[in-house]
Structure formats: structure tokens, C-alpha cells
Design a protein around this ligand. Structure first.
Ligand SMILES: CC(C)(COP(=O)(O)OP(=O)(O)OC[C@H]1O[C@@H](n2cnc3c(N)ncnc32)[C@H](O)[C@@H]1OP(=O)(O)O)[C@@H](O)C(=O)NCCC(=O)NCCS
Length: 155
């Protein structure tokens, strides 16, 4: 496929949430069934958000969270099935990595179930030694109250 007409965008205001929901349902097993409202929250709180377009059709998406210097995490990397194998996925991830919010970051993390080889080609290394996971349905006790937080700020 000739992908020379595909345009990459770093403006998150162009994202059509309905097309994104459809792309995830089609091609991202971990992101099926996400609501429009929740997708909007994720995009608002992510930077950069990179999308790939064939005219008005959303064909690729990735987003990241970054502190700009020490740590960042990339999420939700996906290329539409009809557009795979042409270098778009690699360009998408490299575009995320070269964004000003990412390009000085010391360590960039991501999680992947099946695509280790794809990321290794870009320069990622397997990392099994440092990863922990907290699921937000776990019960938390011992959280500081608002009063305790205010008190600690006075010290
Ligand atoms: C993973 C994904 C984004 C790759 O997109 P793509 O556009 O097909 O990837 P590219 O064409 O840029 O491939 C870049 C290189 O990685 C290789 N590659 C791609 N997928 C691969 C895989 N699953 N295993 C091994 N190599 C792979 C390509 O052969 C190519 O190699 P080359 O540089 O030697 O030519 C795409 O397959 C996808 O959207 N998959 C479903 C969603 C997904 O799993 N996302 C990752 C979640 S962590």
C-alpha cells in the first residue's frame, strides 16, 4: 500500500472520539468497550496524543504521559489493520518519542502483551525486573485526610 498520503497530527483537538472508539473496538483488544466520555478524559490528560489520518479516516493512534524529563509512559498504540506492515506503526511510535514532551525523557516505559519484537526494532528493551501494577479497584487504607495534608503543608 502507498502510505505517502498518510498525515500524522499532534493536535489532540482533531481526534474524533467516535472514530477512535471504532478503531479500538476493531484493533485494540485491551481498549474495547471504552466509552466516549472516558476516551475524552484520557485524551485531555495525555500529552502528546499522536494520530494518523488517511484524509478524514483515523488510521493510527498513540498517546503518552510524561513529566518532560525523567519518566514517561506510552499507551494505546494502534494502526488500522488495513494499513499495517507499511512502516506506519514505527513512524507513529517514533513521532511520540520525538515530541518535545518526550525527547528529553530519561526512561520511556510501555506495556505490551504480544508486540515485543515490534518495539525492539524501534529500540525498546525488555524490562521484567522493575514493573509493578496497582489496580484501582484494590481497597486503600491509611490515606491522609485533607486536614492532615493541610497540616503537613504548615510545617
Ligand atoms: C503493533 C502495530 C502498531 C504495528 O504497526 P505496523 O504499522 O504494522 O508496524 P510497522 O509496519 O511500522 O512495522 C515496523 C517493523 O516492525 C515489524 N513488526 C511489526 N509488527 C511485528 C510483530 N508483531 N512481530 C514482529 N515484528 C513486527 C515490521 O516487520 C517492521 O520491521 P522492519 O522495520 O524490519 O521492516 C500494529 O500491528 C497494531 O496496531 N497491532 C494491534 C494493536 C497492538 O497490538 N498495539 C501494540 C500495543 S502495545
Amino acid at each position: 500500500m502507498d502510505v505517502s498520503q498518510i498525515l500524522f497530527q499532534d493536535d489532540k483537538s482533531v481526534i474524533d472520539l467516535y472514530q477512535l472508539q471504532e478503531l479500538f473496538s476493531l484493533a485494540a483488544f485491551w481498549a474495547k468497550g471504552r466509552s466516549i466520555e472516558d476516551l475524552g478524559i484520557a485524551i485531555t490528560n495525555s500529552e502528546p496524543v499522536i494520530s494518523a489520518w488517511d484524509e478524514k479516516k483515523l488510521v493510527g493512534f498513540a498517546r503518552a504521559n510524561s513529566d518532560g524529563i525523567y519518566r514517561a509512559t506510552i499507551w494505546d498504540v494502534v494502526i488500522h489493520p488495513d494499513y499495517r506492515g507499511c512502516g506506519l506503526g514505527s513512524t507513529l511510535v517514533k513521532t511520540v518519542l520525538s515530541h518535545p514532551r518526550m525527547n528529553r525523557v530519561e526512561r520511556v516505559y510501555l506495556t505490551t502483551t504480544h508486540q515485543q519484537k515490534f518495539y525492539e526494532r524501534i529500540g525498546f528493551q525488555p524490562n521484567t525486573s522493575t514493573t509493578m501494577l496497582f489496580c484501582n479497584n484494590a481497597k486503600l487504607t491509611g490515606v491522609a485526610t485533607t486536614e492532615q495534608l493541610e497540616e503537613s503543608l504548615k510545617v
